[in-house]
Design a protein around this ligand. Structure first.
Ligand code: ADP
Length: 273
């Protein structure tokens, strides 16, 4: 069994860590070496997360925001399915951030993000996030470089604001190798039932692999803070990825220790006829 400290020793980015992606393993075979055990643990974690979410909702004082970032095919959707599969639809809100629409572009880039932050009692999951505004926007030069440059600190302040207002923020970068991405893209071409997932635009982004990795590295260097650190998850193996993320989510909720509120009335005072 791998405990949380061992996981964090391998994946947590400390504030001001330099070159956090350099030589970072996308496999990490030492973390959860047995697939069956990892899958059983993920299921156990998913059920524990569901039970904790129920208390979080009943307590109604705090929220948990889980940010998932990764290049195409990194496994963001699969993580949502694997980690939150036991939670009822009432307690978990998943928001996918695609290309901003006209209304969103007419506002500042954090507007749509702040609106999607989970309310008290809820777990919110961001499938892509405000970090696209320093990733794809930077690589594809969709905003002026000096505006992007200001965003790292703006994002840090925004997340600090959230954490000071009862939202615990967990951030996971799903880290896969270039070879693994090739296999996953090829799989989408080879299997007719996966054709719907194939997007020719993903091949364009793949050509910019090094630029994206560099943008991710800068993001990790500048936005891994004490209040909202980044974790880089080795994601070449889906089962290891799910075991890691579900363990961190469960551990975080256990540390938050939500509890059912005590009633300020006596059940004996009521009689149901
Ligand atoms: P996914 O690839 O996550 O399954 P989509 O096919 O809808 O989902 O792709 C979302 C696309 O939106 C990605 O290419 C991503 O780079 C892009 N995107 C997300 N946020 C922004 C943003 N703020 N500005 C420009 N493009 C963005």
């Amino acid at each position: 069994m791998t405990d949380l400290k061992d996981i964090d020793d391998a994946i947590l980015i400390k504030p001001k860590d330099k070159n956090p992606l350099k030589d970072r393993d996308t496999e990490c075979a030492g973390l959860f070496s047995d697939r069956d055990e990892a899958e059983a643990l993920t299921q156990e974690n998913a059920e524990a997360i569901n039970a904790l979410q129920d208390k979080l909702w009943a307590e109604g004082r705090r929220a948990l925001l889980v940010v998932l970032q990764g290049i195409d095919t990194a496994g963001k959707d699969g993580t949502v399915r694997g980690v939150f599969n036991a939670c009822g639809p009432l307690g978990v809100n998943v928001t996918a951030f695609g290309k901003p629409n006209e209304e969103e572009l007419a506002h500042d880039y954090l507007w749509r993000v702040h609106r999607a932050v989970p309310k008290k009692g809820v777990i919110g999951v961001f499938n892509r996030s405000h970090y696209e505004d320093v990733l794809v926007v930077k690589v594809r030069e969709l905003a002026p470089a000096d505006a992007v440059e200001q965003r790292y600190e703006q994002i840090n302040s925004f997340e600090q604001h959230l954490t000071e207002n009862g939202v615990v923020v967990l951030k996971f970068m799903l880290h896969i190798s270039k070879d693994e991405q090739r296999e996953r893209l090829q799989d989408r071409l080879d299997k007719p039932h996966k054709h719907w997932k194939f997007n020719a635009g993903d091949l364009e982004d793949r050509k910019l692999w090094d630029d994206f990795q560099k943008a991710y590295e800068t993001m990790l260097e500048r936005c891994s803070t004490k209040h909202a650190p980044w974790r880089v998850v080795p994601a070449d193996k889906k089962w290891r990825r799910n075991a890691i993320i579900s363990s961190v989510v469960r551990g975080t909720l256990e540390d938050m220790a939500p509890d059912y509120p005590k009633a300020d009335w006596n059940p004996d005072d009521f009689k149901i006829q």
